[in-house]
Design a protein. Structure first.
Lengths: 487, 469
């Protein structure tokens, strides 16, 4: 059987076996065989989480470790990572196999000064060992006042799900369906690397630099070095930030995600793919924050910014990738009501136009597309009336090709609430390119019943009264090209 | 003598069974579905002057209509503020690693979405009633646009359908064909409930026409009255003409219901059964309960249906260059227009072509007559050229065919395993697929669940019926 078909079959096997996992990975020893990210930051944080656990803890057959610590390979404290050992699952092979699944809880936007204030932080901790659930730890964790909503039920479901998937995978490996050797796996990883190299060879090589500044004067410096077989992202000179903090593995994932998106990558990501990339992130900077810096804003809005910046850098080597500017802020907010319930939502920005495509409205290039929750369910569960869930018309930059529109959400409060939000942006709205116009930036307003509107700062906390409207508008994407082109 | 006829109308083929009510003797045909008159003429030559009691029709066009965007976007009346809500939540493809993903949106036309200034709260209480001037204004616009199929989709209509009912009544009086989301489903989430009404309206122009053509053919050739042409909804067979605003989404699952009902008698023997039809491959899970929501091309749609889903691999799945430098199966389904290269029709190889290269035995006679063995060399040359054009390729045709067949087998078995050691197999292409499985079986057993000449149209006869098997 030719190695080409072997790779297709191996890839197809993993794809099918992991089809019921939305976000996760499969590792064999240190090698990531298959990474299934929900967002670009998962690309590098998922294997990093597994490596951290392997380094410090013993993970036996069907043992499960739970963690969410961003500084151990997690992302935000509202995303829980479960790592299950599958023992020597491959036939005639002693190598250890691990299955990882990451589940996402409803986050809570906080004006946190440290990651500890963002919610319940869980370092890598054995949850299941030798077939027994660590019940005391489970109860303590799920009863913690900072635990997310419905934590106990969802964690129990997630455990059950992971165990089912893990056992199914072990059976599949032992079945005649899995007929490949360690050598075949090495070929699969090698060919995955070669696929990336093949794309790199279509781009020019060399070194380019670019720089950006945030509204709080944080400086982001990026030097790219592209060769025929690797790309280096060097963030030396990037300063720390009060607003956005990413771990180095999250920043790495954002950069890799930008490259793969630029390439239109169509096969799964694994260690072979990752071999083509190197990221240098100075310790303590925005792209390699240190404990206890808070990470929520960095992981949600900072990561798309880094990915957009990486893409901008790549366009210097591959002009086809040139685009106007996209926004990164998702305008995340919560409303906390007197009865203790809290409603969380975010508003996706528009995508910039490129030289040959208009921008798409309300789509995030760096996250797997997810459906919005049901409007009827929101109104059933919370004292809110939704006035509008729609596009923010004409918020994309005009041009020969128009930028995508942002989104608009308007809520009427039926009871008073405490509002916390973050819509941190750059100094200017997303800019146009080659004569295209800028988009409208993100805005958040509170409107009284009288019609009087108050624009809010880029982040903060305030109270909002019954009868008032909360108006959240995400940014559009910049336009490309002069409007008079082609006239 | 009185016959009951069941008719499964596929994209290219019609599968018919006629059963004598008194003796249960049955006749079967598998014929090109166009033109209907010719098909019905073939029946009449065998049925003679016997009367027709009823004709059970299942137009199996829904998948093609959705896949190829063949329907007509209906007008949509929606609660003001939610005009973009469905579009915003449409599936995006590709999901990852693309600078230019697209929303899958062909079923709705933003120019045909009309915001209505009505509002109910989460308990169904009226916040703002339906205004008659709004209805008048909207109706005059629809008349100008000459749109008759309309989906009425209001927020919280499952709690209080009155606004939708009021709107529907007004529209019917004006000669429109409204489908009310609250009437078709009581699903508590708006989008799956709204999509049921919208998709029914979207498919209606095509499916109404398809059934009408066949009804006309039966009337002209066999003098069968319109009242005897029956369509199945979620619960029973009803005269087609009785319901001008037919729920085509519910009818879309008629054959799955019929097959599931038939195959359920094997559930002690098999957990899962693979159905290998000429136009479709399906996987039935006999141990799972009914499903409430259909994972459709537009996203979740509220409709009760049995636990069945199409396999990733279909008989007319296209073969395309793979990023790994070989050939692989694409998600695209070619259908029979133009069809397989081995029938002297299309120019791109399909899975069916590879199956034909693998074996010329055991094909259903209706297909076997259409194959042309002289096309084999052309298919292989096309595959070789495909491999040469992808870098790292340059494989020999025989190697490509072998690799693809094995890939096909593993894709199918990956969807079935590892929960079952024995899987049931049925359908007209089952014998051919069995021979493929025999080549690669690797310890898994595929056992025939129904005889090789089993037809879907037979199971339609037994669906919700007093007609004995």
């Amino acid at each position: 059987m030719s190695p080409n078909f072997t790779c297709d079959q191996i890839s197809s096997f993993f794809k099918n076996q992991l089809r019921d996992i939305f976000c996760g990975a499969l590792l064999y020893g240190d090698e990531a065989l298959y990474i299934k990210p929900a967002s670009v930051i998962d690309i590098a944080t998922l294997p990093n989480a597994a490596h951290t656990c392997q380094k410090y803890l013993d993970l036996g057959d069907e043992d499960i470790i739970v963690m969410n610590d961003p500084y151990s390979g997690g992302t935000t404290v509202s995303s829980l990572t479960l790592i299950m050992g599958l023992g020597s699952a491959l036939p005639n092979d002693k190598g250890q196999v691990y299955l990882i699944e990451r589940i996402h809880f409803k986050p809570k936007v906080q004006m946190a000064q440290s990651v500890e204030q963002e919610g319940l932080k869980i370092p890598p901790t054995p949850l299941v060992q030798n077939g027994q659930t660590n019940q005391m730890f489970f109860e303590a964790m799920t009863a913690h006042p900072d635990a997310p909503d419905q934590f106990k039920e969802r964690l129990a479901q997630a455990l059950d799900h992971l165990q089912t998937q893990g056992r199914k995978l072990k059976t599949a490996f032992k079945s005649p369906l899995w007929s490949w050797s360690k050598k075949d796996l090495k070929t699969y990883l090698k060919m995955s690397y070669e696929l990336v190299q093949k794309h790199l060879q279509e781009w020019s090589t060399g070194e380019k630099s670019l720089e950006s500044r945030l509204i709080d004067s944080t400086k982001i410096k990026l030097r790219l070095e592209v060769s025929d077989d690797t790309i280096l992202f060097d963030f030396s000179g990037t300063t720390p930030s009060k607003h956005w903090n990413l771990t180095d593995s999250a920043a790495t994932g954002a950069c890799i995600g930008a490259v793969l998106t630029g390439m239109g990558h169509t096969t799964a990501v694994n260690s072979g793919t990752l071999k083509a990339f190197q990221v240098l992130a100075p310790s303590g900077s925005l792209v390699n924050a240190k404990y206890p810096a808070p990470t929520y804003a960095g992981m949600t809005d900072g990561a798309p910014f880094i990915a957009n910046l990486a893409l901008q850098g790549l366009s210097l080597f591959a002009p086809d990738l040139k685009m106007a500017q996209s926004a990164s802020s998702h305008c995340a907010f919560n409303l906390e009501f007197a009865n203790g319930s809290h409603f969380y939502d975010s508003v996706t920005p528009g995508v910039a136009a490129s030289h040959n495509h208009p921008g798409l409205s309300g789509i995030d290039l760096w996250h797997k597309h997810h459906r919005e929750p049901s409007a009827e369910e929101i109104e059933r569960r919370f004292p809110l009336r939704i006035k509008t869930f729609g596009y923010r018309q004409n918020s994309g930059g005009s041009g020969h090709l128009r930028g995508g529109d942002g989104m608009l959400k308007i809520f009427e409060l039926l009871e008073p609430a405490k509002l916390t939000w973050t819509a941190f942006q750059l100094t200017q709205p997303p800019g146009g390119e080659e004569g295209g116009k800028s988009a409208q930036g993100a805005d958040i307003y509170i409107q009284k019943p009288s019609g009087e509107k108050r624009k809010l700062e880029s982040e903060g906390t305030t109270s909002i009264e019954s009868g008032e409207l909360l108006i959240v508008q995400s940014a559009g994407g910049g336009g490309y090209g002069d409007m008079t082109e082609g006239v | 003598m009185s016959w009951v006829i069941s008719l499964s109308i596929g994209e290219s083929f019609a599968d018919l069974t006629a059963q004598d009510e008194a003796t249960s003797h049955s006749l079967r045909w598998y014929l090109p579905s166009q033109p209907p008159e010719k098909c019905v003429q073939s029946l009449s030559e065998h049925l003679g002057s016997a009367s027709i009691k009823e004709v059970r029709v299942s137009p199996r066009w829904g998948a093609k209509i959705l896949r190829q965007g063949l329907g007509a976007p209906p007008a949509i009346l929606v609660t003001s503020g939610f005009e973009h809500w469905l579009e915003m939540n449409a599936p995006v493809s590709p999901q990852s690693y693309s600078l230019h993903p697209r929303r899958q949106l062909s079923m709705i036309d933003p120019n045909l979405i009309f915001p209505m200034n009505e509002r109910l709260d989460a308990d169904g209480k009226v916040v703002r009633p339906v205004a008659s001037e709004d209805l008048e204004y909207m109706a005059s616009k629809l008349e100008m646009m000459e749109r008759s199929h309309i989906a009425v989709t209001y927020l919280h209509s499952n709690k209080n359908p009155e606004h939708e009912i009021q709107t529907g009544q007004f529209l019917r009086e004006r000669g429109f064909l409204p489908r009310l989301s609250s009437q078709l489903s009581n699903e508590g989430q708006e989008r799956p409930r709204w999509w049921r009404a919208i998709l029914s309206a979207y498919m209606a122009p095509v499916l109404d026409e398809v059934v009408k053509d066949w009804a006309t053919a039966f009337a002209n050739v066999l003098e069968v009255g319109e009242e005897k042409i029956l369509i199945h909804d979620e619960a029973s067979w009803r005269p087609w003409k009785e319901e001008p605003c037919r729920d085509w989404v519910a009818s879309h699952f008629t054959e799955e219901r019929a097959l599931h009902q038939k195959l359920s008698r094997h559930k002690d023997q098999f957990g899962k059964v693979l159905y290998f039809g000429i136009e479709e491959f399906l996987l039935f899970d006999l141990k799972e309960a009914q499903q409430r929501v259909w994972d459709s091309p537009v996203g979740p749609v509220a409709v009760n249906h049995p636990p069945v889903r199409p396999l990733n691999l279909q008989p007319t799945s296209m073969v395309e260059p793979s990023p790994w430098g070989n050939a692989s199966f694409d998600h695209q389904i070619a259908g029979y227009e133009p069809g397989p290269m081995s029938m002297g029709r299309g120019v791109k190889p399909l899975f069916l072509d590879l199956l034909y290269i693998h074996t010329q035995q055991d094909w259903p006679v209706e297909l076997a007559n259409r194959f042309n063995s002289h096309t084999n060399s052309r298919i292989k040359e096309t595959l070789s050229a495909m491999s040469r054009s992808s870098s790292g390729g340059g494989l020999e045709a025989e190697e490509i065919v072998e690799g693809l067949l094995r890939l096909a087998f593993e894709q199918i078995i990956n969807e079935v395993l590892p929960s079952e050691k024995v899987t049931g197999v049925c359908g007209p292409l089952a014998p051919v697929m069995q021979s493929l499985f025999a080549k690669y079986r690797q310890g898994h057993l595929f056992k025939t669940a129904e005889p090789p000449d089993f037809r879907i149209s037979q199971s339609l006869l037994n669906l919700d019926t007093s007609i004995p098997e």
